[in-house]
Design a binder for this molecule. Structure first.
Ligand code: NAG
Ligand code: CU
Length: 230
């Protein structure tokens, strides 16, 4: 019995999953977990989302947070991860502007409102495996809030797409968080293209159903719209 328990624990550790409960802006983390970042429903289980058409793909059916983080345009942002991000795959960041008359503390992010501000391509490591920025660390990769982003309240969404089993349909795993932010010192940019979540992804997109053990790094195509350059 003891032996079996040990085996099960070892398997759980090897397959450790993660959440991103804390936003970091220019090196300063939100004061505690889930204070401006919306608590995701996998807070305990840490499990990923396998169906990119599910409603969870937007903000993981999170509950709204009490605060709003002030984020100057041009800031560098990342998230602290509860476990090592040990699964290979890209990290992407999106923003959605809160409509007039609504608040980041309650808005649900529905509609064609999301634009991408960062994505990542893989490199090849010494074992000839594809590896992405910040993989095997306890944080997501950096992204920059474009300096021409208009001022106002937004939802900021991070996702890391685990592709280790993604050669099968609906076996990519999405790990993600949404944070309530207010962008200050911004500009007059016109962000786009704007997409809906769910809506922007299909199970068989080449960046979602892909055998990463048989492709060249520069042939990987991250899913979703082009990055808005600001
Ligand atoms: C992320 O950005 C911060 C602030 O600009 C910088 O100090 C840090 O070196 C960056 N980290 C990585 C892994 O790029
Ligand atoms: Cu996993």
């Amino acid at each position: 019995m003891k032996f079996l328990t040990g085996l099960v624990l070892a398997a759980a550790a090897a397959e450790a999953h993660y959440t991103f409960p804390r936003l970091v802006v220019n090196g300063v983390a939100e004061e505690k977990d889930w204070s401006v970042t919306r608590r995701t429903k996998n807070d305990q289980s840490k499990s990923g989302i396998e169906n990119p058409s599910s409603g969870d793909i937007r903000c993981y059916s999170s509950t709204t947070a009490a605060g709003i983080a002030t984020v100057p345009a041009g800031s560098t942002v990342h998230y602290i991860s509860t476990q090592q991000i040990n699964h290979p795959g890209p990290t992407q960041y999106y923003l959605a502007k809160v409509p007039a008359g609504q608040s980041a503390k309650s808005w649900d992010g529905s509609g064609a409102v999301w634009f991408k501000i960062a994505t990542a391509m893989p490199e090849v490591d010494k074992n000839k495996q594809l590896v992405w920025p910040a993989q095997n660390t306890y944080r997501t990769m950096n992204a920059t809030i474009p300096s021409s982003t208009p001022n106002g309240e937004y939802l900021l969404r991070v996702e890391q797409i685990a592709l280790h089993m993604a050669s099968q349909a609906n076996k990519a795993q999405f790990y993600l968080s949404c944070s309530q932010i207010q962008i200050t010192g911004g500009g007059n940019g016109v962000p786009g293209p704007l997409v809906s979540l769910p809506g922007a992804y299909r199970s068989n997109d080449p960046g979602i159903q892909v055998n990463i053990y048989s492709i060249a790094p520069d042939s990987y195509r991250p899913p979703g719209p082009a990055v808005w350059q600001g």
